[in-house]
Design a protein around this ligand. Structure first.
Ligand code: UD1
Ligand code: MG
Length: 461
């Protein structure tokens, strides 16, 4: 089977500068979901018809192995779009999957089932189908093409909302915008489609009327889950579709053995992996290429982006982790912020209001309160006191600081990089450190404390 995805339309109901198929659902463009479903079906040759904002659409999926065809008039209609790809299938003696790019909820299993259905009709009824269209019964079919069938189940025609009569509008079986055509019959019929009198567009759906007139057999195939046929035409449709995708992902991870508290508030992107027995509290977002190790606990309000957590990591509430790696049994937060390729060693604790940027932190390190650690390397077992700041920037360049193992950096110290602080050294609280400190030394840099007799406050009367 070959496949064509139609994504050239203007999508005016979206009211967007961007092509609507580039609007994202959990961080991926809508068309990505359609492409994944098609890739996981039996289609071995996939083309995408682009037109409106063609370059942007191509760029969004350039890494995928697909070919592109160009529809020069993106207002030409869905048949005009499919005709634009005719070079791919005009001499092909096989079946062609055609799918609208605005149906992100379609499942690959349904595409496989549609194809299987064609083979079964052939085998059991000895009927060669010219087309199968995916349909669903909707309580409110408004906006969709209505499918009109004869008593045998052949599609007589599909009537678009704008053209439908009062009686046709009452039909609840709607076109899901997913079709499998027998290519030789499609090429024979598609050029007979006439422009709509209302819109001037060539409707692909009109090919069913032509096939019926020629005595070709067609069938509908009902989606198992009615949500699958949803066409995303407006921003509100997008919001609803995103919610469906989100819940599907959450259900998948729950069934794999992970606990989700208040799932209605949890967002997990498609590329995220949970290794099992993970416990996630409300308002958590896991996005990008994130991997959460076995037994991790992700507290309320945490955001994890493109990061890897080992096993048994605890993120206390409201911590933000970006592009970083956290080793087993580390404890982060509440209100911690890790970013730009941090590595946090096993069993380390990064606590309240600590920001760590582009730093490699060893095992059993403690930085539990109000610190800024930037461009630093910190050895195992070192303690970073409250309020410690790594001054890594002189206004022009960034510098690195190296702190050895087993060191103790007293509260409110300022470590001015570039700087080397040795193993087992001790920095007295409040010191401004501008020189390297050798292993095992104590550094103290602060004004002497003076006591001025009787200069305190006046006693209260
Ligand atoms: C279409 C169907 C309708 C069906 C619905 C399902 C037609 C005429 N109507 O309506 O029966 O119920 O999908 O969601 O097919 N496109 C192009 N070039 C164009 C026009 C559209 O490539 O000139 C692409 C769009 O980018 C989009 C897809 O085709 O991905 C469908 O177009 P859209 O305008 O959303 O069609 P609907 O009105 O939803
Ligand atoms: Mg649509």
């Amino acid at each position: 089977m070959k496949a064509v995805i139609l994504s050239a339309g203007v999508g005016s109901r979206f009211r967007s500068e961007k092509n609507k198929v580039l609007h994202t659902i959990l961080g991926k463009p809508m068309i990505w979901y359609v492409l994944q479903a098609v890739k996981n079906s039996s289609a071995e040759n996939i083309a995408i018809v682009v037109g409106h904002m063609a370059q942007e659409v191509k760029k969004a999926i350039e890494s995928e192995a697909v070919s592109f065809y160009y529809q020069s008039n993106p207002k030409g209609g869905t048949a005009d779009a499919l005709i634009a790809s005719a070079d791919m299938w005009r001499s092909y003696d096989g079946y062609l999957l055609v799918i609208n790019a605005d149906t992100p909820l379609i499942k690959s299993q349904t595409l496989k089932n549609m194809e299987r259905f064609i083979h079964m009709v052939k085998e059991y009824e000895n009927v060669t189908l010219s087309a199968v269209v995916l349909t669903g019964f909707l309580p409110d079919p408004t906006g969709y093409g209505r499918v009109i069938k004869d008593s045998e189940g052949n599609v007589i025609k599909i009537t678009e909302e704008k053209e439908a009569s009062f009686e046709e509008k009452k039909v609840n079986e709607v076109n899901g915008g997913v079709y499998i055509f027998y290519a030789p019959h499609l090429i024979e019929c598609i050029f007979h489609i006439k422009p709509s009198e209302k819109t001037g567009e060539l409707y692909l759906t009109d090919v069913f009327k032509i096939m019926y007139q020629r005595g070709y057999k067609t069938r509908t195939f009902m989606a198992e889950d009615a949500s699958e046929i949803m066409g995303v035409n407006t921003r509100w449709d997008l919001a609803i579709a995103e919610n469906v995708v989100r819940l599907r992902i959450l259900q998948y991870w729950a069934e794999k053995g992970n606990t989700l508290h208040q799932p209605e508030s949890i967002w997990i992107d498609p590329d995220v992996v949970l290794e099992g027995d993970v416990e996630i509290y409300s308002d958590v977002t896991l996005s990008g290429k994130t991997k959460i190790g076995r037994g991790c606990v992700i507290g309320r309000g945490c955001v994890v982006i493109n990061s890897t957590l080992g096993s048994g990591v605890v993120l206390e509430p409201y911590s933000i982790i970006k592009d970083s790696r956290i080793m087993d049994d580390a404890r982060i937060g509440p209100f911690a912020h890790l970013r730009n390729e941090c590595v946090i060693g096993e069993k380390s604790e990064i606590g309240n209001f600590v920001e760590v940027k582009k730093s490699a932190i060893g095992k059993d390190v403690k930085a539990k309160h109000l610190a800024y650690i930037g461009d630093a390397h910190i050895g195992d077992g070192t303690n970073i006191g409250a309020g410690v700041v790594f001054a890594n920037f002189d206004g022009k360049k960034k510098y690195e600081a190296h702190v050895g193992s087993g060191a103790f950096i007293g509260s409110n110290s300022l470590l001015v990089a570039p700087l080397k602080i040795g193993d087992f050294s001790y920095i007295a609280g409040g010191s401004v450190v501008t020189k390297d400190v050798p292993d095992g030394d104590l550094a103290i840099a602060r004004p002497q404390l003076r006591l001025l007799k009787g200069k305190g406050r006046e006693k209260l009367k």
